[in-house]
Design a protein around this ligand. Sequence first.
Ligand code: SIN
Ligand code: CO
Length: 409
Amino acid sequence: MSRTPPPIEIDASQAAEGGPLGMSPARFLRDYWQKRPLLIRNAFPGFVSPIAPEDLAGLACEDGVLARIVSHQREGDRWLLRQGPFEESLFPGLPDRDWTLLVQDVDKWDADVAALLPHFDFLPRWRIDDIMVSFAATGGSVGAHIDQYDVFLLQAHGHRRWQIDDRPDPPLGFRPDVELKLLQRFDPSHDWVLAPGDMLYLPPGVPHHGVAEDPCLTFSVGMRAPSAAELVGDWVDAMIAEADDALRYRDPDLAPPADPHEIDAAAMGRVVEALNLLRMNDPDRLGDWFGRFITLYRASGEAMPGDAQRSRIEVEWDLQAGGVLHRHPWTRMAWRRARKGARLYAAGQDLALPARDAQAIAAAPAIDGADYERLSQAGRDAVIALLEGGHYRLLMPGDDAGDEDEAAP
Ligand code: SIN
Ligand code: CO
């Protein structure tokens, strides 16, 4: 019996369920996640962009920010890719059509953009890479392409026409004449114009092409998923670092070989045994390796210890006096239940903690005096150690939040 496929388009303002999916997270994950595209009209009804095009251009001029400008010359169908950081003087000279400015990791630089992330709590936070924001002049586009990762394309301002091809096995050949990985052939099966608050979910590998109908801002909430090769590479490195050199290929059962030049079946059996000697069959060791790996994976910035360190007692007084510890935007956290207690992972470190502390610290982008008080002694020790490593910044009431934006990351 064939089941009617779930609809490709829904209107969240008509849905019984609240939230940006227009359906329950369980239904979205079952029917769409990593499976098929979904256009959600009114995912964020009345959405007003928390960032203006000028702010994005300003960010694109800062050191350490990953920014690109993609321009399209219709005549001759030529594409130009420029990498940031850019000079401010570049922007006034840009034409009024056919270019896009794309800035990666805007959630790390702008707290208002980061504030969108809790709407995506139906996914593990460690699966989310960043919020990329693009500003496109009318006609601006980055061409038809595919991405390796799932993405939620939220229209934040203006209008963008999205065309996608959701048919199985689309042609995936790239154009040889362009630096960008543009598809040689693109034959859309769907064509929509998105207005502010509309959101298009695309699983990996779906050809798509977005063109600005008018000057527009698009937020791409992008995922990350390590490749099998990256996982194996890192895992092997971790095992090698801990390995006992005395663990070796061994053959106490050696029998006289039929041919001394042959690698026989018994030898290959011993090779498999030697490979298995380093297997991480302890779930805590494996979990600790993955927690460290995934909280560092694809981070394009990192926290550094500050020079002026306050003593623990001073920090605790400051917290009592209304100070707040703000987590460094590049410090990703996750936690895991271990055989005994739990572990908190923070930017590649692991800390053994009671589950309640690990959970609370991982969930809190900021820790105030009351949050700190609720932690156990081990939890407080962990927070202080992380502060010393630069993973938090202490702000007192009245400290300028703009100050924070400048100093971090
Ligand atoms: C864009 O925002 O212009 C491009 C986003 C994408 O297609 O991945
Ligand atoms: Co894309």
